[in-house]
Design a protein. Structure first.
Length: 115
């Protein structure tokens, strides 16, 4: 399957507004819930993908970074099946968002629920 991650410029050209998706810990909802993956952008300073979600129950927009795994070079969470390099956008995922040991917002789990 081909990557559907956008460059920054391509995302803006398609009408996406990344600035509307904060990543600060005080604005991102924590816990397990359903969210729509609106779009994805390649990170500039890391081997990672910025994932731009909207929480279904509240409409809160936020972003979370998914890093490429060292072991197999995939953009998957440990123990997960979703490959964020190729997974569908505008689709619903059951996700678990938490604060990692470095104090950053992170995904613990993501399961595709379809469109």
């Amino acid at each position: 399957m081909e990557s559907n991650v956008l460059s920054w410029n391509a995302a803006l050209q398609k009408g996406h507004e990344p600035r509307l998706y904060p990543y600060a810990t005080e604005t991102v909802p924590f816990g397990r819930y359903y969210a729509v993956l609106d779009f994805k952008i390649w990170a500039k300073k890391a081997i990672a993908i910025g994932c731009y979600f909207t929480q279904k129950s509240t409409g809160i927009k936020f972003q979370v970074t998914v890093y490429r795994r060292q072991t197999d070079k995939l953009y998957r969470l440990e123990g997960g099946d979703v490959d964020f390099k190729v997974c569908p956008v505008c689709a619903v995922y059951a996700i678990t968002v938490f604060l990692n040991g470095a104090g950053n917002v992170a995904l613990r789990n993501a399961v595709s629920c379809g469109k």
